[in-house]
Design a protein around this ligand. Structure first.
Ligand code: FAD
Ligand code: NAD
Length: 478
């Protein structure tokens, strides 16, 4: 006999678990199927984000940053520590602990909200029907008025550098090293490359990033990317741009990597090689033969502006529907679908999704970059203030970076804000709120910001749009 639900969600990553909880809050009888198993082969909710993505990477970024600061910055504060040493086992144990508390937390939230959790695989059979297969292979049919696909994404593998789990690893493997590799190579200098490259570099690895594109982080504003590149290189990350890997060979000693850069050919041997060249949608075995859920040419599930797929009653959200592949974007899509199903009229504003890179200094932005504003032909003004002019940043000893605000020259509406500096991951949220409410730079200039806070740099950048910063010399008028 089949089990019946109002909604069945496939996938319990950020898009799926949030959607399931919101559906249940809105009174729908909801089930959520997820196949993730942790290192002990136990079901673990939360998808990529909680198990091998956002959370474990930020946990290691925090630990490695503390280690680095204790070694390199404490002395300037008058703090002398003799013989600080690294206990990588404890660091990894802590990572596993943080992850398991949070994944267990999702299980608790499902219980509290009345979401029925199924551990195993889900497959869309047709409108209204999902086949569930548990981890022992037992099958069951689940009937539902609505099906939500939230099956996420997986790392892209390169033919010339296949994952072996030992020498050549994906981002999950790169979180689990039990000792610090002496020489670490990373193919790709995107989000994962710079974040995990930073982790292992701070812990003592000699890290080289091989990036195929000639520009560093093309998705960021050019000034933020240039400052990031300067800071990361200063920290010791060897970032090679325009570096095209042509071959890899695993030997007893390590992994030999050949790459070309301009007219030159290079060969270098690493102890470990991380491949971080993007992620692709996870749709393998997701639909039974004949269940026509259309995919685009890159394999993402095609959805319309109400997240409907080509199969009636089937919706999709999160990484599986496309970029940006960010947890908070997937969560919001999950909420919006649930609210559509409940007859509400939610709205998803793709123009105001924050991006954050959790390096040190952090990079964060929202809205359009200066290049995008320029190519749209909009008249604009820019206010830019360095953290070196901020009292709190000085007190913290973290004055690298700046806040750059771009506003429409005619209406003064804020079009984009780009930051690099301490805790800009937290500061960007003020600008997300401002842009969601279509604030002008003058609105921000007239809001009182606490003193001394890092947020005063945002205030000063808003003042600088109008050429009247207080704590930084204004640009000379031409
Ligand atoms: P996923 O999190 O991938 O979840 C999909 C779930 O569905 C998985 O549990 C999978 O096992 C399950 N599933 C798939 N198919 C089936 C099936 N047929 N049946 C049952 N279950 C199935 N994003 C940020 O916003 N901030 C960050 O700091 C950040 N850091 C990251 C760091 C790393 C190292 C990585 C790899 C990613 C990071 N991301 C970050 C990206 C973020 O993890 C993803 O955008 C997010 O997890 C996508 O959520 P999702 O729900 O769409 O998919
Ligand atoms: P990415 O798209 O951020 O970066 C991949 C990089 O690899 C790009 O710079 C690309 O030019 C380069 N590349 C592609 N093919 C290459 C090749 N053959 N040789 C050398 N370089 C090559 O992808 P990622 O770093 O793998 O991360 C995947 C996704 O996960 C991100 O796009 C992001 O959506 C998400 N993520 C987000 C965060 C965060 O929000 N802080 C952190 C990690 C991951």
């Amino acid at each position: 006999m089949s089990k019946e639900f109002d909604v069945v969600v496939i996938g319990a990553g950020p898009a799926g678990y949030v959607s399931a909880i919101r559906c249940a809050q809105l009174g729908m009888k909801t089930a959520c199927i997820d196949k993730w198993l942790d290192h002990k082969n136990k079901p673990s909710l939360g998808g990529t984000c909680l198990n091998v993505g956002c959370i474990p990477s930020k946990t290691l970024l925090e630990s490695s940053e503390l280690y680095h600061r204790a070694q390199h910055e404490f002395e300037s504060h008058g703090l002398k520590i003799d013989g600080i040493s690294l206990d990588i086992g404890q660091m990894q144990k802590r990572r596993v602990g943080v992850v398991s508390e949070l994944t267990g937390g999702i299980a608790g939230l499902f219980k509290a909200n009345g979401v029925t959790s199924f551990a195993g695989s889900g497959q869309v059979v047709d409108s209204g029907e999902v086949k569930f297969t548990d981890h022992d292979g037992k099958e069951e049919t689940l009937k539902a008025d609505h099906i939500i696909i939230a099956s996420g994404s997986e790392p892209v593998e390169l033919d010339i550098a296949e994952f072996d789990g030992q020498r050549i690893v994906d981002s999950s493997g790169a979180l689990e090293f039990e000792e610090v590799p002496k020489k670490l190579g990373v193919i790709g200098a995107g989000y994962i490359g710079v974040e995990l490259g930073s982790v292992w570099s701070r812990l003592g690895s000699d890290v080289t990033l091989l990036e195929a594109v000639d520009e560093f982080m093309p998705i960021a504003d050019r000034q933020v990317a240039a400052e990031g590149l300067k800071q990361f290189r200063k920290q010791g990350l060897d970032i090679q741009l325009g570096a095209r890997v042509t071959a890899t060979k695993t030997t007893k000693k390590g992994v030999e990597v050949e790459y070309t850069q301009g007219d030159e050919t290079h060969s270098v041997t690493f102890d470990k090689l991380i491949v971080a060249v993007g992620r692709r949608p996870h749709t393998q075995d997701l639909c039974a033969k004949g269940a026509r859920v259309d995919l685009d040419d890159k394999g993402f599930v095609n959805v319309n502006d109400h997240f409907r797929t080509s199969l009636p009653g089937v919706y999709a959200a999160g990484d599986v529907v496309g970029n940006p592949m960010l947890a908070h974007k997937g969560m919001e899509e999950g909420v919006v679908i649930a609210e559509y199903l409940a007859g509400q009229k939610p709205h998803m504003n793709y123009d105001v999704i924050p991006s954050v890179v959790y390096t040190a200094p952090e990079m964060a932005w929202v809205g359009k970059s200066e290049a995008q504003v320029k190519s749209a032909g909009t008249d604009y003004r820019v206010g830019q203030i360095p953290f070196a002019a901020n009292g709190r940043a000085k007190a913290m000893g973290q004055q690298a970076g700046f806040v750059k605000m771009i506003a429409d020259a005619n209406t003064d509406e804020i079009l984009g804000v780009h930051m690099i500096g301490p805790y800009v991951s937290e500061m960007i949220q003020e600008m997300v709120v401002a842009m969601e409410y279509k604030a002008s730079s003058e609105d921000i200039a007239r809001i009182i910001h606490g003193h001394p806070t890092l947020g005063e740099t945002v205030h000063e950048a808003a003042l600088a749009v109008d050429g009247r910063p207080i704590h930084f010399p204004p640009k000379k008028k031409k």
